[in-house]
Each structure stands twice: as C-alpha cells, then as structure tokens.
Ligand binder design. Structure first.
Ligand code: DGL
Length: 266
C-alpha cells in the first residue's frame, strides 16, 4: 500500500500548486491528479453540487488505489470535506484549510488576519470559525474575490488586467490594517508575488502550499504510509481538456505529462 499514489483534486489548475509542493516535499511519492475543469469555478456553485462532484472524484481516486486524498481546493474543503471524510474512514482525507489554521497560531503579531477566497469559501465562514475556535483574540477579515480564480485559470497573471483586478480587490476597506493574509484559494499562489508587491512586503502573505505539504508529509510519516520504493508515476486527469491546464501541469512538473480527459459525471 505504501507505493500507492496520493490522489489530489481541484476544480482546475489551482490544485497543481499543492501537487507541486507535495512533489517537492515528498519526491518519492506517486501522484494522481484530477482537475474538474468541466465544472470550474466551484466557487460559484452550490454546496450540494460541490459535494456531489467531490464524492464522484473521490470514488474515482479510490478506485485508482490512492492511499490518501487531498482536497486541493478551498471551496470543496469548505463545504465537502466533512462528508467525504465521514464516508471514507479507511484512508486519510486531507483538506487545505486545517494545516493553515494550525500555522496561524504559531505566528507573531497576529491581531488581524485577512482571508481572500471564492464566494463559497468566504460565505462558509470556515476560516473565521476555525481560527477563532483556536484563539478568540484574533480578528479575521474575510473578503470574497471571485474574479481571481477564473482570471488565473485563463492565464491572466502578469498583465494590466490582472494588476487592475488584484489592486481593486486588495484596496477594499475590509483588508485595511491586516498583519497577515491567507490566500484561501489554491489558484492564488500563482499571483503570490503580485499580492506581496501590492502591500510593499508590509503584510505577511502566507505561503499556504508549503504549509499544507509539510502537514501532510508529517501525517503520512507518522502513519508510516510513505513510499519506500524508488518507483513513482504522475498521472493527470481532467473532466474537460484545456490547453491552459496542460501548460500549467507541464510548467509545475517540468516534464512531458500524460493528460487524459475522462468523463466521470453522468
Ligand atoms: N481552486 C478553487 C479554490 O481553492 C478556486 C477555483 C474555483 O472556484 O473553482 O477554492
């Protein structure tokens, strides 16, 4: 079982930022990635729809013998994690929120934490609830930034369009006086530098992907589930082929990747 792959899924390319961090932290592990590009953006879908898609994808990854599943999407982690976890108790299921919430407690000067993410993530209030449960003194300032994920998915990262949208959102009064900013969407690490630049490096923009990879690596190590063999493979599936997905996967994995379109949804 240790040589079985880790399954990772997201609505599109965002989860590749998590997959890349896992690849760097655990280079001996095989990975199966599923991007639900047919249903992107999850951030605009109902909780019921996201739960349904997440269940179908999880079943697919389990059929592919995944030894653990990472829900590499904040929107799905917010509204589908509890259900997925309760229906799949035989393998570890990870969300991308708990590792970051744990990390918040270790930070200095954490009076006011900004959180940006999709409508689904922000409206679920999951970050507020989890952070305040651990430390009542922290103020959490959430802001939905729904244009960012589709903008990144379409490859607008370093141009006038993205600069205008990013600075428009970050100028919102809700985010004034924050000490740290959580990028609560797995697409946003792709514009991490831009966001840091907006704040002239005066706000700590939290590098969520490395925190997530570190957390997952520790759990798998503790459970003695790491791959001891030298053989590993990377496979990528999408529900709808897109050029930008293929290019992003090549960019992150620095090799000729095999990308397969597969229709899991009835
Ligand atoms: N990757 C998703 C997330 O982390 C954002 C993209 C989407 O809305 O599907 O919430």
């Amino acid at each position: 079982m240790n040589e079985f792959p880790i399954g990772i899924f997201d609505s599109g390319i965002g989860g590749l930022t998590v997959a890349y961090a896992i690849k760097k932290k655990l280079p001996q592990e095989s990975i199966i990635y599923f991007g639900d590009t047919k249903h992107l953006p999850y951030g605009e879908k109902s909780s019921e729809a996201i739960q349904k898609f997440s269940k179908i994808i999880t079943d697919f990854l389990i059929k592919k013998n995944c030894k653990a599943i990472i829900i590499a999407c904040n929107s799905a982690s917010s509204v589908a994690y509890n259900k997925i976890k309760s229906h799949n108790s035989e393998i570890p299921i990870f969300n991308v929120i708990d590792p970051v919430v744990n990390e918040i407690n270790t930070l200095n000067n954490k009076k006011n934490i900004g959180v940006i993410g999709t409508k689904t993530t922000i409206e679920s209030c999951v970050y507020n609830k989890k952070i305040i449960k651990k430390n009542k003194k922290i103020k959490v300032s959430p802001l939905a930034t729904p244009l960012l994920a589709p903008m990144i998915e379409e490859g607008f990262i370093n141009d006038e369009i993205s600069n205008t949208i990013i600075s428009n959102y970050l100028s919102n009064a809700k985010l004034s006086n924050i000490d740290h900013l959580i990028l609560a969407c797995t697409h946003y690490p792709l514009i991490h530098k831009k966001i840091e630049g907006f704040y002239n490096n005066k706000v700590n923009v939290i590098d969520t992907t490395n925190i997530i990879a570190e957390y997952i690596s520790n759990v798998l190590k503790r459970k003695k589930m790491l791959n001891g063999s030298k053989k590993k493979t990377y496979s990528f599936f999408v529900s709808n082929y897109t050029k930008s997905f293929e290019e992003s996967a090549k960019f992150f994995f620095k090799e000729n990747i095999a990308l397969e379109e597969i229709n899991l949804f009835p």
